[in-house]
Design a protein around this ligand. Structure first.
Ligand code: ADP
Length: 226
């Protein structure tokens, strides 16, 4: 479903963050990307929703080369890809409900009843339906991250990518968040998670790809291979 073919990325300052990376992630696969800080994990993830583009090589989703996606089609591409960051990046002056509703507004769904249904379905999946009227400051770190996940899935994306989603959480909460990603994966969502926490991701028994200084060093377990 997601194919990287000989992808390299040189930033404008000349730094080469990815070097000749090829990998394939199958539809409905759940896979992890690991490696030290600076290994290129974020850079790789950012290419999937076209936040960054390769300097060489190509990325395709569903056999569609991203290089051919026209600028005006990028919002539609991004609707199919839910993105989760380390810091959930919630808006503190909006309620949980409004935070989760935001991507729907951005993608043009203004119908209040349908939007409400979708937001509540997303909050229900992350177990936070009863917190919809709360403001983010009243939530724990784990709850905030779950709101971030609800926001990422509210458009029912086919792909979820997460960049160090448990970076600020203790081990028990981190495990909960990973199990939540697994639940989305079990209903067919393709999930790719960057994490440097080997203990946590090792316990998940999924494919692990290791990046080191921009190169794919190892790729173990799972369905895809290169
Ligand atoms: P990771 O997510 O594994 O920590 P990153 O993809 O964030 O790695 O970064 C890989 C390397 O690329 C780092 O050395 C980082 O400093 C560099 N880098 C990231 N973004 C930029 C940028 N916009 N311009 C220049 N260098 C960057």
């Amino acid at each position: 479903m997601i194919q990287f073919s000989n992808v390299s990325k040189r930033y404008s300052n000349g730094f080469e963050a990815l070097k000749d990376v090829s990998l394939h992630i199958a539809k409905a696969e759940m896979a992890f990307l690991t490696g030290h800080s600076g290994a290129g994990k974020s850079t790789l993830l950012k290419m999937i929703p076209l936040i960054e583009r390769p300097s060489a090589g190509s990325v395709t989703i569903d056999e569609r080369p991203l290089a051919q996606v026209k600028r005006r089609k990028i919002p539609a591409l991004r609707r199919d890809i839910g993105v989760i960051f380390q810091d959930s990046k919630l808006l503190n002056d909006r309620t949980v409900f409004d935070n989760v509703a935001l991507p729907l507004l951005v993608s043009g769904l203004h119908h209040p009843r349908e939007a409400g249904r979708r937001v509540r379905a997303a909050l229900d999946k992350v177990g936070l339906l009863q917190r919809e009227n709360d403001f983010p400051v009243y939530l724990s770190g784990g709850e905030r991250q779950r709101v971030g996940i609800a926001r990422a899935v509210v458009n029912r994306p086919k792909v979820l990518i997460a960049d160090e989603p448990t970076g600020n959480l203790d081990p028990a909460l981190s495990r909960e968040i990973m199990l939540l990603f697994e639940q989305f994966n079990q209903v067919g969502v393709t999930v790719l998670i960057a994490s440097h926490d080997l203990e946590l991701i090792g316990a998940m028994d999924k494919r692990i790809m290791v990046l080191s200084k921009g190169r794919l060093l190892a790729d173990q377990g799972g369905l895809g291979g290169t």
